[in-house]
Design a protein around this ligand. Structure first.
Ligand SMILES: Nc1ncnc2c1ncn2[C@@H]1O[C@H](COP(=O)(O)OP(=O)(O)OP(=O)(O)O)[C@@H](O)[C@H]1O
Ligand SMILES: [Mg+2]
Length: 248
């Protein structure tokens, strides 16, 4: 078995706000291999976003440790990119400049930045909107620009927080296929949060099921099947996942 690349060791997170302590995660241990595609599912408020923010380095765990390639995570890093649950674009930049932004700080020359950004926008079905500003785009389109921006820098770890929640079913399927294609080509390690059981089972190598808040790892489903996966072959897995999520 390949050594784990990302390790969460007994990670807990308690927020303190308005004189109140809120336990978001308790004793979460997780091992992720390099290039693995892991989905995280669990009820609203169980700490999924918190877990991604911890791995991104935006927050620090209250207890426990997070290691990437054997090194403790301290703050944000270029090798990790997060697509937020609420898409966050720079309102003063056009779609293509939003996507190219990370490449500028990485020192990629202008021509190449634009070419790469345009190719990504096209692959996400946004050709024709490269020069639009965020306020001229729909919510789902903004989310796609945010995904393109994350992909542009070819991160080693891609953290996606319900990235396809605000698009219609057809677009969602197209985006899922595109994500799998990009993942197969570049093999980033992916942590993918979703509310859709079907989406988790269709995409991931492994689905981690979290309990209601405070989130703990309740179960893991390892899916050996090649993609694309048919609804028929996923049916028994879907039933298991339903049962796991229905437990109080
Ligand atoms: N910055 C914060 N300050 C205080 N409490 C917070 C903060 N962020 C999250 N929480 C609390 O931590 C818990 C977990 O929140 P989190 O956003 O991680 O859940 P989630 O699983 O992503 O939910 P959803 O599926 O609705 O997005 C919630 O009870 C939330 O109120
Ligand atoms: Mg969330």
């Amino acid at each position: 078995m390949q050594m784990s690349y990302l390790r969460l060791v007994e990670v807990s997170k308690t927020y303190h706000a308005d004189g109140r302590a809120v336990e978001a995660l308790v004793g979460v241990s997780l091992e992720v291999r390099q290039g693995e595609f892991v989905a995280l599912v669990g009820p609203s408020g169980c700490g999924k976003t918190t877990l991604l923010h911890l791995v991104a380095g935006l927050e620090a765990p209250s207890c426990g440790q997070i290691l990437l390639a054997g090194e403790p995570i301290r703050g944000c890093g270029r090798e990790r990119t997060l697509v937020f649950q609420e898409p966050t674009l720079f309102p003063w930049l056009t779609a293509v400049d939003n996507v190219a932004f990370g490449l500028r700080t990485a020192g990629v020359p202008l021509q190449e930045r634009r070419a790469r950004a345009l190719a990504l926008l096209e692959s996400l079905g946004l050709d024709g909107f490269a020069s639009s500003y965020p306020h001229q785009l729909s919510g789902g389109m903004r989310q796609r620009v945010a995904i393109a921006r994350a992909l542009a820098v070819c991160p080693q770890v891609l953290l996606l927080d319900e990235p396809f929640a605000s698009v219609d079913a057809l677009t969602r399927e197209a985006l899922q296929e595109e994500l799998v294609r990009i993942w197969q080509a570049r093999r980033p390690t992916i942590l993918f949060v979703t509310h859709s059981r079907e989406e988790a089972l269709a995409l991931a190598d492994r689905v981690i099921v979290l309990s209601p808040r405070p989130g703990r790892v309740r179960a893991e489903l390892a899916l050996p099947m090649a993609r694309p996966r048919s609804p028929v072959e996923l049916a028994p897995w879907l039933e298991r996942l339903r049962d796991l999520l229905a437990q109080p």
